[in-house]
Design a protein around this ligand. Structure first.
Ligand SMILES: [Zn+2]
Length: 198
């Protein structure tokens, strides 16, 4: 059983949003082309409280903070209930089976879709063994979700033309993809995936 995981394809991560990823909106085409071929499509949303510890200017107790990257490094983004936190309108949401919110813990970046969510259990309950991952951003939430998926034993393919990176440092996306490959994930284009699954 295969599932398509669309990570954080939200308004705030696309051009015009609070934490825009260059060409973030361009992933819609390849994602929409894949939707019909999957019996299970899960879209995650980064979903933060208004005083989330990842936001610049928010004070965090260092003893409480956990996980990747220090606190207070990102502009305010994806605050629960705001338009920025909504899925991007170009995503064909009628074909999304489950919307899963992540990043609720104010004391963690919450990059991974598996962190503090029931995604792992949900996939196992549905008999999923192969996950195809698209979304934003390559170098943060996609990477951490893929690495966690590999740790949990899933077969993972990254849809390489349906991801884009923040690129705080030039080359971050490429390095992230290499790290995912080193962890056993495969890279393939949406056309290659369509061809091999039909
Ligand atoms: Zn976030």
């Amino acid at each position: 059983m295969d599932a398509l995981l669309v990570v954080d394809f939200q308004n705030d991560f696309t051009p015009g949003g609070a934490l825009p990823v260059a060409e973030g909106d361009r992933i819609a085409g390849p994602i929409n082309a894949l939707l019909d071929g999957f019996d299970l499509v899960i879209a995650t949303r980064d979903c933060h409280c208004a005083d989330h510890g990842s936001f610049a200017g928010v004070e965090v107790d260092p003893a409480q903070w956990r996980g990747a990257d220090p606190p207070s490094i990102w502009p305010v983004h994806c605050v629960e209930g705001t338009p920025g936190a909504e899925l991007h309108p170009s995503l064909d949401q009628e074909k999304v089976d489950i919307v899963l919110d992540k990043g609720h813990d104010r004391n963690s970046q919450g990059y991974s879709a598996f962190q503090d969510t029931r995604l792992g259990d949900l996939l196992r309950e549905r008999g999923v063994d192969r996950i195809f991952v698209a979304g934003l951003a390559t170098d943060y939430c996609v990477k951490n979700s893929v690495l966690d998926a590999r740790r949990e034993g899933f077969d993972v393919t990254v849809v390489e033309n349906a991801v884009r990176g923040v690129e705080v440092e030039p080359g971050d996306s490429e390095r992230a993809l290499a790290e995912m490959e080193d962890a056993g994930a495969r890279l393939a284009t949406s056309d290659e995936i369509l061809a091999e699954r039909t």
